[in-house]
Design a protein around this ligand. Structure first.
Ligand code: ZN
Length: 127
């Protein structure tokens, strides 16, 4: 069993920091997002709570048997991982895994990333 007890599945609306590592948080988010997308495509009608519970179960199972490492191969090196959800635009630095809390526009989070690279990594963004 993972570091998470089975009872925790009941409250899948967990705080993202509960996973213990940033990589597992990102894995959970990725699994949840993928389930949500396919739930929409297939019109399966699975509730958000069930999606979160299923994402928790899959992430926990992976956590039991695999070392999870962030590997954003779909993002060009030196660029942030940008995405949008119900609360706004997010940016994730693929180097240090710092994430910007949601903002209103893609331009805003991209601007944050440029400043973050300068402040935290001591160079200009190549985005
Ligand atoms: Zn960074």
């Amino acid at each position: 069993m993972s570091t998470h007890d089975a009872g925790a599945a009941k409250d899948a609306r967990r705080d993202r920091s509960d996973w213990g590592t940033r990589e597992l948080e990102l894995l959970y988010d990725a699994v949840r997002d993928e389930l949500s997308v396919y739930n929409g495509i297939g019109a399966y009608g699975i509730s958000d709570e069930a999606i979160r519970t299923l994402a928790w179960a899959v992430t926990s199972r992976i956590d039991c048997a695999f070392d999870v490492a962030w590997s954003p191969d779909w993002v060009t090196e030196g660029h942030p991982h940008l995405w949008r959800d119900d609360v706004g635009w997010h940016a994730l630095c693929n180097e240090c895994l710092q994430e910007r809390p949601p903002m209103l526009s893609e331009d805003d989070v991209a601007t944050w990333f440029d400043a973050h690279v300068t402040e935290s990594h001591g160079r200009q963004s190549t985005r």
